[in-house]
Write a protein that binds this ligand. Structure first.
Ligand code: SAH
Ligand code: SF4
Ligand code: F3S
Length: 462
């Protein structure tokens, strides 16, 4: 299923062959969430200052960095496979340096060096400033590792090198880490304590992106509602960002149901460039499961937040994350998840099977006792319901006119362009190519809908 906010899994991230002063070329591959993608752009910015150029092809790289995710076991399995492939490249290019970055690097630390001979360098999410030194150390003949987490690092002074081939959308991490300790989650261990980036540096970056022609900016944090820079909270940051770039559509993720207050919703309703797209992960519909997950809210509380969103932002698109098969989840618990999905009328659902992560509260305290086959069956039931809710939500858009930001040519038909509506729905604009370019904002008449996509034709230009 295509997703409202496609997650960046396995993105081959590299600007097309930027020249280097040293002649050395780096290749960066990114897995996991949008924050990892944003981090890869910081890493590219850091490498560029040391004279590296970039390539899109690992076969011709002198340095391969793989920015990893540890959220589920499956995410890590993929990385081990890629490391095997990099090993085969190293046989042909013995001087090749291979580094593992990100959450799996932070989780496994020197185990990565011990268990995969191909790995020369390991750097955690707060260690990227040290990459030039670490690379020099490897060039000097020893393996290098830096996995200290920081209470302060926000990379506020580092200019990211934007990796998207289209200068339309950009991510900005406004905070790092997470203090929440949801019992299933590895993120607090891999990304450390929560810290907010200074608001004025965010506003400056937004202005610079607007001047460079970007049309859409997504502000990122594991829990944006707890943003706090010396008393500037998320609602105030949103207002400042909205005012700094009135022509740019501003999105954000992730909101946390226990912290998302009315002030944020009111602010979104006030500024015409703040988009009414809210990603509000619920995880489960049963209060006992939510309590075991340590999420800090009940199903009722969650539904009241959804009601508040619909009240302030009638056009809102609401998406969520759901975990099936968490420790002790009964059939009745699971049915409550389906009930909550129906009550909330989600536009999009991202669903996952529970995957136990070593060292988390759940791994220590509870038993991963739902059989794999039951997890699979519950996942399929969530997908089926999610598809029908998405289809209903999208069908309600037929006959409306919407502003659509054009992102790229459609994969299916080169005459069509793919983009996203203001509220965040994927839209295919028929026969818009070649006159429409990435970055154009079109008025689109919606004529058709699938669960994942709206389909329409352009009636005008902004
Ligand atoms: N900070 C965000 C989400 C971070 S991880 C939040 O609070 O919601 C993204 C999603 O991965 C989570 O929302 C959850 O649904 C899923 N996830 C996290 N840990 C998981 C695990 N151990 N097994 C399965 N899914 C998991
Ligand atoms: Fe993980 Fe919970 Fe933090 Fe999200 S809020 S990153 S799920 S601990
Ligand atoms: Fe993101 Fe995966 Fe780390 S979801 S924060 S890259 S564990």
């Amino acid at each position: 299923m295509a997703l409202a906010h496609e997650r960046v899994f396995g993105q081959r991230a590299a600007p097309s062959a930027l020249p280097s002063s040293s002649g050395y070329k780096a290749y960066i591959e990114t897995y996991g969430c949008q924050m990892n993608f944003a981090d890869s752009e910081l890493v590219a910015g850091i490498l560029q200052t040391t004279g590296y150029g970039f390539t899109q092809y690992p076969q011709e790289a002198d340095l391969i960095l793989i920015n990893t995710c540890a959220i589920r076991e499956h995410a890590e399995e993929k990385i081990w496979q890629r490391l095997k492939y990099f090993q085969s490249l190293k046989r042909l290019r013995p001087h090749l340096i291979v580094g593992v970055l990100g959450c799996m690097a932070e989780r496994l630390k020197k185990k990565l060096l011990e268990e995969a001979a191909v790995v020369d360098l390991v750097a955690g999410p707060d260690s990227y400033r040290h990459l030039p030194q670490l690379i020099r150390q490897v060039e000097g003949g020893t393996k290098a590792i830096h996995v200290l987490l920081s209470r302060e690092e926000t990379y506020a002074d580092i200019a990211p090198l934007r990796l998207s081939p289209y200068r339309v959308s950009a991510y900005i991490s406004i905070m790092r880490g997470c203090n929440n300790m949801c019992s299933f989650c590895i993120v607090p261990f891999t990304r450390g304590r929560e810290r907010s980036r200074a608001w004025h540096t965010i506003v400056q970056e937004v202005q610079a992106l607007a001047e460079a022609g970007y049309r859409e900016i997504t502000l990122l944090g594991q829990n944006v509602d707890s943003y706090n820079d010396g008393g500037i909270r998320f609602a105030q940051l949103l207002a400042k960002v909205a005012e700094a770039a009135p022509q740019v559509w501003i999105r954000f993720a992730t909101s946390h149901p226990k912290d998302m207050g009315d002030e944020v919703l009111e602010t979104i309703a006030t500024y015409p460039n703040l988009t009414p797209y809210i990603h509000l992960p619920v995880q489960a519909g049963s209060d006992t499961v939510l309590q075991r997950m340590n999420r800090g809210y009940t199903a009722d509380w969650y539904l009241q937040r959804v009601e508040a969103i619909r009240r302030y932002l009638p056009e809102a698109v609401i998406s969520t994350d759901i975990i099936v098969g968490f420790c002790g989840e009964t059939e009745r618990d699971f049915e409550l998840t389906l009930e909550l999905m129906r009550a909330a009328q989600f536009d999009f659902v991202y669903q996952f099977m529970y995957s136990e992560r070593p060292g988390t509260l759940a791994a220590r305290r509870y038993t991963d006792d739902v059989p794999a086959q039951v997890k699979q069956e519950r996942l399929e039931r969530v997908i089926e319901l999610a598809q029908s809710l998405s289809l209903q939500a999208n069908q309600r858009q037929i006959g409306t006119q919407q502003w659509v930001l054009v992102e790229k040519p459609s994969r299916r038909n080169p005459n069509d362009m793919a983009g996203r509506s203001f509220a965040g729905r994927a839209v295919v604009v028929r026969n818009a190519a070649p006159s429409a370019q990435p970055g154009d904002i079109l008025r689109v008449q919606i004529t058709d809908a699938t669960p994942a996509t709206l389909i329409g034709y352009a009636t005008g230009h902004s």
